[in-house]
Design a protein around this ligand. Structure first.
Ligand SMILES: [Cu+2]
Length: 135
C-alpha cells in the first residue's frame, strides 16, 4: 500500500513538473511573435517587378528577398526617402543575385516606423521598385 502511495506521489510530482515547464514556456514566449515575410524578385510570370511590391510589417519583423525570375536583381533602399537612413543603408543589398532561389534577409528589429522605398538597380528604368511600410 505504501509503495503504491509513494509511486502515485512521484507520478504526481512528475506531472506537476511537466506542467510547470510547459507553463513557463507560455509565460516567456513573446506575446506578439515576429513574422517573416517574403518578397519575390521578379514575378512568377516573368515580369520585372517585386512581388508583393508593397508590404506592411511591424517593428521586429523580417523580410526575406528571394531571387525569382528574370535575374539579375538587387535591392537598393532609397536612404534619402526612407524613415531611417541607417536602416535603409543596412538593408541595401547591392550585390547582384544571378540565380533563382538566392536570398537575403532584412531585419526590421530596431527600425523606425515609416516608409522604406527600394528598387532593383538593373531594372529601375523598367519600374522594378517597391516599398516596405514599418508600423
Ligand atoms: Cu531586377
Amino acid at each position: 500500500m505504501n509503495l503504491i502511495t509513494a509511486t502515485l506521489r512521484r507520478m504526481g510530482l512528475a506531472v506537476l513538473t511537466a506542467l510547470l515547464v510547459i507553463s513557463s514556456f507560455a509565460v516567456f514566449a513573446p506575446s506578439a511573435a515576429a513574422a517573416e515575410y517574403t518578397i519575390k524578385m521578379g514575378t512568377d510570370r516573368g515580369m520585372l517587378a517585386f512581388e508583393p511590391a508593397k508590404l506592411t510589417v511591424k517593428v521586429g519583423d523580417t523580410v526575406k528577398f528571394v531571387n525569382n525570375r528574370v535575374p539579375p536583381h538587387n535591392v537598393v533602399f532609397d536612404s534619402s526617402k526612407s524613415a531611417n537612413k541607417a536602416v535603409a543603408v543596412k538593408a541595401t543589398h547591392k550585390q547582384l543575385m544571378m540565380s533563382p532561389g538566392q536570398s537575403f534577409e532584412v531585419s526590421f528589429a530596431d527600425a523606425e516606423p515609416g516608409e522604406y522605398p527600394f528598387y532593383c538597380e538593373p531594372h529601375r528604368g523598367a519600374g522594378m521598385a517597391g516599398k516596405i511600410i514599418v508600423e
